[in-house]
Design a protein around this ligand. Structure first.
Ligand SMILES: Nc1ncnc2c1ncn2[C@@H]1O[C@H](COP(=O)(O)OP(=O)(O)OP(=O)(O)O)[C@@H](O)[C@H]1O
Length: 383
């Protein structure tokens, strides 16, 4: 069991990321932290394995205050999966998966054999075991990321937006695989996403986070959908009028803007204002993450690109639906959604606020159309 008791986190710059969090996560449950970008989901999750230290409050794992445990030992019992899979590029797939068991003292041979079993468990063809991560698709890399987190058989698994960077079809496959795995393994899983559909599909419990890092509701998915506890939750999960109805609408009507990009070599010469973000891309214009003025400073100070960039949000295919466009903007640290072409190259951007305005306008005209039909049908001309 994992518990949060009055947990707060305020960063050095004064940002309150988590505000008075109380939560009990049952053993073997699949708990999803969901909410828009910046509402404290990742911070809450990373406090469980002590990557981040709370400002106040107590977190326990199996009845023990984690502040009193050895962080290395604690993490041995907690697998961790991130959005970019975080694989070591110069190691083969099987050696990536065997990394933690080898660190824990297993022989390389035994660890490799166990790694092959885990790879099979997550649905990866053994033929991929001797390849390097760059030779795999995004979805396959994520499967390896999950296998690596499971290799040492930890009772707890933390997953931070693990499927956000892959396309919607692959994402659905990975979700199905995750459900199958959990039915089999019965881990205690904490999963972070900004996507309410993903949360409802995967979670047996959902924690909806809102502005200023405040937990809005913690319930079974069906209760969150049927009886939202706050207006914020109602807006976030609203079935027809909210986020979930958007898949039926095309993003064609949303204005596409040019997107400012830079390659890794260009980063040092960027001049950015506070609050301005630039999309980092590879030589084929495929998105790698976002960088702002603080990140550029870090690169100039000699820090690596990885340390200096924020992971990108989800991407959407140009001509896709409004739901994917908004999803991309909501999940992005810059609030800008990135459109890609079939080759994965960035072709333009959309603005989250603009999408919402556009949506409001579409709904208004639909409502007046619906009213007109209603009045014509009933002959009611009072209004
Ligand atoms: N190291 C940090 N220093 C200062 N502020 C931070 C730091 N890390 C996160 N924050 C801020 O704390 C708030 C919560 O961030 P957090 O990453 O936990 O949110 P989130 O819901 O997981 O969003 P995202 O999906 O974008 O990561 C945000 O306002 C964020 O800008």
């Amino acid at each position: 069991m994992i518990t949060f008791e009055h947990v707060n986190k305020t960063y050095q710059d004064g940002t309150t990321a988590v505000d008075s969090l109380d939560l009990v996560i049952e053993p073997h449950s699949f708990t999803v932290f969901v909410g828009p970008s910046g509402c404290g989901k990742t911070t809450s999750m990373r406090m469980i394995n002590r990557m981040i230290t709370p400002t106040s409050g107590v977190i326990t794992v199996d009845g023990r205050n984690i502040a009193d445990t050895d962080a290395v030992k604690l993490r041995r019992g907690i697998g961790y999966v991130i959005q970019s899979a975080g694989l070591l590029p110069h190691r083969t797939v099987v050696d990536n998966v065997a990394t933690v068991p080898v660190l824990n003292g297993e022989t390389r041979r035994a660890a490799r054999k166990a790694a092959l079993d885990v790879l099979e468990r997550v649905g990866l063809d053994p033929a991929f075991a001797s390849r390097y991560p760059a030779q795999l698709s995004g979805g396959q890399q994520q499967r390896v990321g999950v296998a690596r987190a499971l290799a040492a058989d930890p009772p707890i698994l933390l997953m931070d937006e693990p499927f956000s960077a892959v396309d919607p079809v692959v994402r659905e496959d990975l979700q199905t695989e995750m459900l199958r795995l959990q039915a089999d393994l019965q881990k205690t899983i904490v999963f972070v996403t900004h996507d309410i559909d993903e949360a409802v599909r995967l979670g047996d419990h959902i924690a909806v986070f809102g502005p200023q890092g405040r937990l809005q509701q913690y319930d079974k998915p069906e209760t969150v959908l049927a009886a939202p506890a706050t207006p914020f939750v109602a807006g976030f999960v609203g079935r027809d009028r909210g986020y979930r109805g958007l898949s039926f609408r095309s993003a064609q009507s949303v204005t596409m803007h040019p997107i400012q990009t830079a390659t890794q070599d260009e980063v040092v010469s960027l001049r950015l204002e506070q609050g301005q973000w630039v999309l980092l891309v590879d030589s084929q214009r495929r998105p790698l993450g976002w960088i702002d003025a603080t990140g550029v400073e870090k690169v100039r100070d000699g820090r690596s690109i990885d340390e200096s960039t924020a992971a990108g949000g989800s991407l959407f295919l140009e001509g896709g639906d409004l739901r994917q466009a908004l999803d991309s903007a909501i999940s992005s640290p810059s609030g800008i959604g990135v459109a890609v072409d079939a080759s994965g190259a960035a072709v333009g951007s959309v603005d989250g606020a603009e999408i919402l305005e556009n949506l409001a306008a579409q709904r208004k005209s639909e409502d007046s159309e619906r009213n007109r039909h209603h009045f014509l049908a009933t002959g009611d001309t009072d209004q």
